[in-house]
Design a protein around this ligand. Structure first.
Ligand code: OAD
Length: 257
């Protein structure tokens, strides 16, 4: 299948000094990591995402919540970066400045070699104490897989004895200020903003393409289907990120391999 990359986009990318990516769960889907909402179909059909991803949910049933996040962390530990992560990392060798702003709590951008990665929603591998918020160091190795729905007791904080919680941003919590500032700055200054594999419905991340479009950036969406961003993006490239991004790289800079 030939993927049409608009010629205007090719020209802008060849001359770009600063490219930013805003990525969501779809960028890791081809690595076998379920997207956030799809993750709840099947295994978690009895649970609502928001019932698992809030401080109240942790207070109500911390073993259910910790078990669910350990299951997700284990999936990430076993996964490998895919062609989308790898090509985004390679683009940094062609453009003077590349920022990666991700809503994902995995570390696949980093493992693909990307630098300047900002995690708006935290990281699965950076759990913190629920009480004193100190970072908790996880033991190395792949944890035992908690089967879907199996409760798992969270570790205790070595400083204050509090319960350790996942290091992610939950519903009702704010995106970390320093990460948000970097993200807004990247969107204001970049020549091109790619939004990749995000449904663009969760705020405040969903407002970043709007900020970029109001500024000087060309906004380009890469997604399997339509989203609310379609009207804002100058170009909508429809298909798998792991296919579109390498095709885009080849069209702009020539074959990467
Ligand atoms: P979603 O699960 O909402 O959306 C994933 C998007 O990726 C969808 O629009 C899919 O069409 C698209 N997609 C799936 N596979 C793809 C592929 N191979 N290539 C390209 N696109 C693909 O995930 P997010 O938008 O990341 O927040 O969700 C945002 C936030 O909602 C998450 O970070 C999470 C959740 O609440 C927190 O946990 C705080």
């Amino acid at each position: 299948m030939t993927i049409e990359i608009p010629s205007e986009l090719i020209v802008v990318l060849r001359n770009a000094r600063h490219v930013a990516f805003l990525t969501g769960a779809g960028v890791s889907a081809e690595s076998g990591i379920p997207t956030f909402r799809d993750a709840l179909t099947g295994l978690w059909e009895n649970f609502d995402a928001e019932q698992l991803a809030s401080a109240d949910a942790f207070r109500r049933d911390r073993e259910l919540v910790w078990g669910w996040y350990e299951w997700r962390r284990m999936k990430v530990l076993k996964a490998e970066p895919n062609a989308a992560h790898c090509t985004i990392s390679t683009i940094a060798s062609k453009v003077p400045h590349v920022d990666v702003v991700t809503q994902n709590v995995d570390d696949l951008h980093e493992r693909a070699g990307s630098e300047n990665v900002v995690h708006l929603h935290g990281r699965l591998d950076h759990p913190i104490c629920f009480a004193c918020r100190r970072l908790h160091e996880l033991s190395l190795g792949i944890p035992e897989e908690p089967e879907g729905g199996r409760r798992l007791a969270p570790p205790r904080c070595e400083y204050c004895g509090g319960y350790v919680r996942p290091g992610v941003v939950w519903f009702g919590e704010s995106v970390p200020e320093s990460e948000w500032k970097v993200a807004v700055d990247a969107c204001r200054k970049c020549d091109v903003l790619f939004t990749v594999g995000t449904s663009s419905i969760v705020q405040p991340a969903a407002s970043l393409p709007v900020i970029a479009a109001r500024g000087r950036a060309m906004v380009v969406q890469i997604n399997l289907g339509p989203t609310s961003l379609d009207g804002i993006a100058q170009f909508n490239l429809v298909g798998q990120a792991g296919v579109i991004i390498p095709a885009l790289f080849d069209a702009v800079w020539g074959p990467s391999k």
